[in-house]
Design a protein around this ligand. Sequence first.
Ligand code: NAD
Length: 428
Amino acid sequence: MAKTAYNPFETAQKQFDRAADMLELDQATRDLLRNPIREFHFSIPIRMDDGQMKVFRGFRVQHNDARGPAKGGLRFHPQETIDTVRALSMWMTWKTAVADIPLGGGKGGVICDPHNLSHTEQERLCRGWVRQVYKNIGPTVDIPAPDVMTSPQHMLWMLDEYETLRGEKLPGFITGKPVGMGGSLGRKEATGYGVIITVREALKELNINPSDTIASVQGFGNVSQFAIELYEQIGGKVICVSSWDQEDQTSYSFRKKEGVDLEELRSVANPFGGIDKQKAQELGYEVLPGEAWLEQEVDILIPAALENQITGSNAEKMNKRVKIIAEGANGPTTPDADNVIIERDIFIIPDFLANAGGVTCSYFEQVQSNMNYFWERDDVLGRLDVKMTAAFIAVSDFSRSNKLNMRDAAYVISVNRVAQACKDRGWV
Ligand code: NAD
């Protein structure tokens, strides 16, 4: 898989500087927002199944909590670095601000490879992480969630440890819990559906009927599958989907010109969203090289796999028909590619707006957990639609009235909201 050769925190700071320049922020506000407000670095000693002790390194970073408790996932990753966690926590601050939910930005990590840990070792690691940091996080302080290689089961072990230490039931401590144990209905659909709600609004703005559009999608995981589901419900047709092939260590694109069948593809995909090329071929799909998804003659491109996928070297391969790019993944487009997109006047829905449906639904989960009253699926998805539509309209109106592209507009809106909250509180 593609490796990040750059320091993500430097990228996040550069993006912030650009927005800060546009907003002409004063020096104190810049100094406050350029860096996390709080960081916790700690060691987590765990007794392994063979009886030996092993010490893992853990982090929790709270970038900003002026608009509400910090919110963000916890990653288990062998190459985790503090700078990755810092960058991701800053991006969470902008994401919660653009979605206009009363939360700030945080992120956590543990340097580990869960593939090499037994079930019980993973449980001890989750509980150990909570023991190191529980005094500094909580339902009104900082709310973790699943992320790369962490699952609803991990969240439940963490919740149990937190409640044990605190001696009370506090299900709003963490989100991404299993449904039935404090999780929210609609969470699994929320990110992908949110992407399509923003696509639907963009099409309205461009005066295009969704039924007249076709799309190509990178990835076939959680975000992609539910994006395809809702896009088809609003009348669109997906003709190409790509995914990672674990065995061949490369990606492939799967094309059916009359339109892919979501259920059919699901039936030949593994739980990690890898499509079986042999079986797909038997179902009549053309198997093409990994990058082919980008070159299709479509109206909409939805990168929903990884970061750095549309780059300066492949952006020119995008078909002239492309009108909208909806960034389901985090950071799928490099700054070089952004230049091509701007030149071609393609309507970009930036990642932290397009994929904000996930955190919005996590916020709903926390609200439901705190109330101990759980909403029906349609209720959750209806509220998601209201929040995502409002977020999209705020950014597109601002982009039009200030002649900014959508990415710059989203940055300016969110940085301004956070800066204003810091000022109102008297922090700067
Ligand atoms: P996932 O693990 O469920 O799916 C990832 C998919 O990408 C898989 O189908 C995999 O085969 C495919 N893939 C991996 N490398 C590829 C490559 N080189 N070419 C083509 N396909 C490739 O992940 P997800 O939860 O769907 O997340 C996708 C992206 O969306 C990530 O950037 C993630 O950070 C972001 N995101 C996810 C959520 C969420 O709620 N799941 C929320 C916000 C942002």
